[in-house]
Design a protein around this ligand. Sequence first.
Ligand code: PEP
Ligand code: MG
Length: 573
Amino acid sequence: MTERRFEGIGATPTLGVGAAVWYRPTDVTDLDEPPATDAVDSAAERERFEAAQADARAELEAERESTRDRVGDDEAEVFTAHLKFLEDPQIEAGIEEALDEGLPAPHAVKQAFAGPIEQFEGMDGMMAERADDLRDIRDRLLRLLTGTERTHLGSLPEGSVVLAELLTPSDTAQLDPEAITGIATMEGGRTAHAAIIARSLGIPAVVGIGEDLDGIDENTELVVDGEAGVVVADPDEETRQRAAESTQTPVIQEPVETADGQAVEVAANLGTPAEAPPAVDQGADGVGLFRTEFLFQDRSAAPDEAEQFEAYREVCATFADGAADGDDTGGPRVVVRTLDVGGDKPIDYLDLDPAENGFLGARGIRLSLDEHADLFESQLRALLRVAATDAGAGLAVMFPLVSTVEELEAALEQVERVADDLDNEGVEYAIPELGVMVETPASTYLAEAFAERVDFLSIGTNDLTQYIQSAQRDLDRMTDYQDPLAPAVLRAIDRTVTAGHAGGAWVGMCGEMAGDPDLTELLVGLGLDELSMSAVTIPDVKTRIREVDTESAEELAASVLEADTLATVQERL
Ligand code: PEP
Ligand code: MG
């Protein structure tokens, strides 16, 4: 059999070999016509429904536990929300009514969920996502009632490569990185949050392959090359050999310098505290971006100050205990980004209107300074308190999506106000290092003014590319515009680094670009002081930094910055 290659977008730059396992949830809503109502034993159907509901409850509780153990508390919360929906009084009443009408249990469930699902579907954006939750619960009940077999994403055999149309973040969170050797999906982009979770779990992944993926049969032998963005089915001997030989780069558990002695900090991007220990294992010097949104997502209410204090403290403690200190802050630096919701990061209970809170609307710091000032305050209180603990000596706080000096000053005033409150309450606190994400075109022009007011800047190339190129980051059709090597984006990065240094701040990068080992030399040449990335790519990037000669890297950067087209940039690299 000749090998077949399926091209997509590499989401985790590692390589895995395994057998295809399709994740295709069966359409359990496709029911036969119900029998005549007088032929149905309503009492028996009621008992059947109650048994299925009890089984669904048991399943959800078990899944919550295992997600909590394997991934983290926050990812587990999605199951708590589903447990609540399972006993929603309005839906239960609908089921009762349908059973009284003489429908069998599966038909009663389908009918009772239809109205609420339609209601949520009619709403916009984040409320529409409730419809997905309800569909999920309905399908769970229907699967149990119809005895349909289920693919357990969390208990697949070792060496499975999961193939799917699309994986949601909660699907991905269920995967066991010990057993799953790869992921390949038809839809999705490199910066989608499911791809980010796959990277955190270190699972080789290729996304956005398109419908061709459908041509791969169950159990087909696959090589998932997340670096090249290719899935090879029925690999020939040579491909198999190369895959077997591709050994992992050794981990470097100490800060690295270029060949000529310039230090570059290499940090990890984290979404949950559970990702901190694996990041330490990969040799992260610290954390360059802790995305706190994951703490707030997939649950029914915001975490309070105490819960946040514990989460931030835990990450700091993991690094204080485990990582080599790569900076001068008194402990490994842990940059926690304040809540960045809106855009592609919805939070159900905040009821954000997608029309107003999209990529060009109220998101990130704009919400923290306005209608969600309460969340910003509790987050800052937790952070300032952690900064005063032994483990928190390296804590740093960063604001997302800042585009004006006024916003930055308002955020800094809020830090002062919170500090005064804690002082008055006699609560211990410390003001951590403060920084700004540079991810809007405006912020690249204001980088020097920002740098004069904070300790550091961190370039978020995912959003910066989207905004400079005017191409939404989650649209597959816009892939041609989403390359951070586009000349306009490179010039914006260059401008930011120069202006940031002129203003007296250190300048890092935490967008996905920072984790591409093929770009390490360029990024060092552009003058970045820190690179923060998914933990799996740290060994490769550290290895590359050691090989870089700063002078040649600067020459490379200068020549690339002169290029007017993406093709010329790629050629010069
Ligand atoms: C970015 O925009 O580059 C970034 C790091 O933030 P996020 O991907 O969370 O928006
Ligand atoms: Mg961003």
